[in-house]
Unconditional design. Structure first.
Length: 97
């Protein structure tokens, strides 16, 4: 049986590294990067620069979860109240719409 968690290589801040993620998180990251017109490497570099403790794979999962939670909050609040939420603290990554 094929593993749901896949190790992939990516360039982060100019250095090649590997990240182990489920396909759903990998696809979510690609969708977010595409929506922001940035490369996947640029998005992962921003996530990496803002993470405290923990590994990069965990930081990516938390980022993707936070991004989609913020989208849900914007929908719940309605378009008049949505000011946009930061998906990564300190604004290293652009605001979500």
């Amino acid at each position: 049986m094929k593993s749901l968690v896949v190790k992939r290589s990516i360039v982060v801040a100019g250095h090649k590294t590997s990240v182990t993620l489920e396909d759903a998180f990998w696809n979510g990251m690609k969708e977010i990067a595409s929506g922001r017109n940035i490369t996947l490497s640029d998005l992962v570099t921003a996530i990496d620069s803002e993470r405290g403790q923990g590994n990069l794979s965990s930081a990516i999962r938390l980022f993707v979860l936070d991004f989609y939670r913020n989208q849900l909050a914007d929908v719940r609040d309605g378009p008049d109240d949505a000011e946009g939420h930061l998906a990564v603290k300190a604004g290293a990554v652009m605001q979500s719409a």
